[in-house]
Each structure stands twice: as C-alpha cells, then as structure tokens.
Design a protein around this ligand. Structure first.
Ligand code: NDP
Length: 431
C-alpha cells in the first residue's frame, strides 16, 4: 500500500460540512461574548443592539482586532515555545508511525507551567493586579488574536505539507487529510506531525498555549471579580479550582497524550489549531468570565454539595484512567494484578472488574460530571453558562460511538463477550 493513500471517506460531510463547522464554532465564540458580558448580562437571543455591534466589527475590523492583543498573544506563544526548548526534559517516544519511524517529544509541560506561574507571580508582586485586569478586560480581543493566529498557523502547516522531500522519506500525511480538496484538507489537517526544527506543532499546541492560557484567563477573571466586588466569591473558587486541577492533571500526565487519537491519527489542521488555541481557552473559561461580573454566592450546604460532586467525579475520572493505564503498562504490578480480565484473540486484555467492570466508559461519566460541577458553580440565572456541559456531552457521546465502533471491529466476538460481562456504557445500572 502507498504510504500516503488518497482519502476517500470524508468526515463532517466533506468540504461543505468543514466550512459549516468553522463558521459555527467561530460564531459560538462571538455570540457567547456579545450576549454574555458585563454590559450585556447573559441572555440569548441577541438584541438588535448586540447584532449591530457584531456588524460594526464585520464592517471595520479595528472594532475586533487589537494590534496590542495580537502582539501579546504572539509573545505568549513564543514564550512557551522557548520553554519547550530551554527546559531540560526527559524524552518520550511516540507510537510507531506508518513509515516505521518513532518521534521523540520533550516532556516538560509541567515545568513550563511552573516557570510561567513564577513569572506571573513576579508580575503580580511588581505591578499588582493591573496586567491581569488588562487580560480580563481584553478577553475578546485576545480571543480574536488567537483565532487569527490559529488560522494562520493552520494555513502555514497546510502549505508546508507540500514541501519537497527525498522520495525515500516523503512527508507523512494523515490518512484522513489527503483528499485533494483544499478546504477539507486545510480543516482536517494534511500532515500528521508537522515540525519546525524540533518543535512538534501538534504536541506543543495540544497542551501548552491553550491550556495554560485558560488557566491565565481564569486567574485574571478571579482578580477582576475581586477588583469589581471586593472579594472572590465561593462560586468563583468552585469554578476555577477544579479547572486548575484538571489542567495540572493533564500536564502531569503529559506523556499519555502521545497515545491519544489526536496525536497518533489526526492531522494537524484548522480543527486542532483552532480547538487548542481558541476554543479551549475562550469557551472553557466561560464560567469564570461570567462570575467576574456576576458575584454568585452559594450557601455553605450548596457549596459543599457542588464541591463533593467535583471531588467524587474527579476521582472516578482519574482513578479509572490510571487503573487502565497501569494495567496496560504492567498487568503484574501489585496495584492491578488482582483485577479480572478477558484475553482477546488479538492478544490485548480487557478488564472486567475494578473501575472498568462498572461500565465500559466510566471515565467519560466522571469527566462529564466534573464539568457539570463547574457549571453548577455559576448558579441557575442563565442556561448560557451550561454550554460546556451540553457541548461536552455531545463530544463524549461522539467519541464513545467512535471508540465502540473501533473496538467492535478490532475485537469482533471478544467485544460481544466483553459487553456481556460489562453491560453498562457509562453509569452502572443506569445507562
Ligand atoms: P479511553 O481512555 O476510554 O480509551 C479507550 C480505549 O481503551 C479503547 O479503544 C481500548 O483500546 C481500551 N479499552 C477499552 N476498554 C478497556 C478495558 N475494559 N480494559 C482495557 N482497555 C480497554 O478513551 P479516550 O482516550 O477517549 O479518553 C481518555 C480520557 O480523556 C477520558 O477520561 C476522557 O473523558 C478524556 N477526554 C477529555 C477531553 C476534553 O476535552 N476534556 C476530550 C477527550 C477525552 P485498545 O484498542 O488498546 O484495546
């Protein structure tokens, strides 16, 4: 088989679907800003005045684009790229690629975060909350800057994927991103692992500028709330502490990202570039942004309930993922050797006790309830702050469908045996 076969099956209904996803996701970022802000409150549908503001920006780009925000955004990205090279790091190997090669990745996301946090703390000590309040005030301009940056980056990697290489070592394309349609391939990602020198763009973008940008935005919104109302409310803590824990958890387990579909299978195009750089920080920080201008205060019992939901669901998410990881790394380790499993014809083993005996994707359930707890922190005055729960439900259901289809094809009758042993999908005795 040729190394880079033509893509025949197109997801998202091909190029028109890809264009629709691009327009829709950018529209969501814009609409959620214009209809949910200190001046607008937080209600849909948009009023005529809000539509007029959006139109003003469409007519004159200067209403949306701030050169200062673009410059700061570029500096932020470059700063983290610098740390990628500058901080000594253990190297992890990626999976074996179709061309037989394995790439190496520096695992220094967590130290990069620590250095960046130290610099932010220094900035706070010297300049006070000012720089953070600027970030909170210019959320939208920064989101637009990240949109411009992520789109330019996607265009650059698309063009770069056509570079000349020796015939014995051609550019490795993503199996799904070589349709020949410019728009579709730009969206899905044509090259599998574009690298500038030793900087692996997909790996770098996945966990650093966006995830750390999300943390910086949350911190800025908490300080903005304090500046506006004199204190940080318990609702703000309930929203941002779990998100902080989630980001740190992601960076602690940075090497686990190397075996995810994003890294092993998907090309790096607009979808991932925009998702990593714009969607995650702009939309995942919504709860903190809302609370920065709406000081929701929960009673002690309500706060305790939300905190308990967050802690329990985080434990389900983390312990189940770690259990599978430990079992797949070394099934004889003392932590997992008591677990029951079935052996499949492919040689892989599937756990049927412990967390994975409760439901086939109990980890997704934990993850979803964890997100719900953060939305509950915003109270019930508007459904708009529950956007994340709805979106994440769709994402996890789609992912679950994709994963079940993959496993059914891979394990065939063994998968049916497994489903018999573990009949529930997400929550034991419920679904
Ligand atoms: P999983 O970690 O659930 O991995 C699924 C794979 O695990 C299957 O394809 C199969 O692979 C293997 N497997 C399935 N059942 C068993 C079993 N019983 N015993 C042993 N191995 C089994 O999927 P994801 O990578 O999608 O998710 C990882 C985490 O990341 C989840 O907690 C998810 O919620 C989270 N996530 C978060 C996102 C976010 O935006 N915040 C986005 C996506 C995911 P094999 O072929 O090797 O057998």
């Amino acid at each position: 088989m040729a190394l880079n076969p033509r893509t025949t099956h197109r997801e998202f209904f091909g190029a028109p679907g890809a264009a629709a996803v691009m327009v829709l996701t950018v529209a969501v970022v814009f609409v959620w800003y214009f209809s949910c802000s200190a001046s607008a409150g937080c209600q849909l549908p948009l009023t005529a005045a809000q539509w007029a503001r959006i139109a003003a920006g469409a007519a004159d780009y200067r209403a949306y684009v701030s050169p200062r925000a673009v410059a700061y955004y570029a500096l932020w990205w470059l700063w983290l790229a610098l740390l990628y090279f500058a901080i000594p790091a253990p190297r992890a190997q990626g999976v074996v690629l179709r061309n037989g090669q394995r790439l190496h990745y520096p695992i220094n996301g967590l130290p990069s975060l620590l250095v960046t946090t130290a610099v932010a703390a220094l900035a706070y000590a010297v300049r006070g909350a000012g720089p953070f309040l600027w970030i909170a005030d210019h959320y939208f301009q920064l989101a637009v800057a990240s949109l411009l940056f992520s789109t330019a980056q996607a265009a650059a990697v698309y063009a770069y994927s056509f570079r000349r290489r020796p015939a014995r070592d051609p550019v490795l394309l993503a199996l799904a991103g070589n349709s020949g349609n410019v728009l579709y391939d730009f969206f899905i990602g044509r090259e599998l692992n574009p690298r500038v020198g030793a900087l692996d763009l997909k790996f770098f973008n996945e966990l650093r500028p966006g995830i750390m940008g999300w943390m910086l935005l949350n911190t800025s919104f908490a300080l903005a709330q304090r500046a506006r109302f004199g204190a940080v409310t318990n609702s703000m803590w309930l929203a941002i502490v779990p998100q902080l824990a989630y980001c740190i958890d992601t960076l602690v387990f940075e090497r686990c990202v190397l075996t995810t579909m994003d890294i092993t299978t998907d090309g790096f195009g607009w979808m991932l570039s925009f998702g990593d750089l714009t969607w995650v920080p702009a939309m995942y920080s919504l709860q903190a942004r809302y609370l920065s201008f709406t000081p929701v205060r929960h009673s002690a019992p309500a706060a305790a309930l939300i905190a308990a939901l967050a802690v329990c669901s985080f434990l389900v998410f983390r312990l189940s993922n770690s259990e599978k990881n430990a079992f797949r790394t070394n099934p004889n380790s003392p932590a997992v050797r008591h677990l029951r499993y079935i052996t499949t014809e492919s040689g892989s083993r599937l756990l049927v006790s412990g967390w994975w005996g409760l439901a086939r994707h109990v980890n997704y359930a934990g993850d979803w309830f964890y997100g719900l707890a953060q939305c509950l922190a915003t109270g019930f005055a508007t459904p708009m702050t529950y956007f994340f729960s709805v979106y994440f439900l769709v994402l996890l259901l789609h992912r679950n469908h994709r994963d079940e289809t993959k496993c059914r094809e891979k394990y065939k009758k063994d998968w049916a045996r497994y489903c018999e042993a573990v009949p529930y999908m997400f929550i034991p005795y419920v679904i």
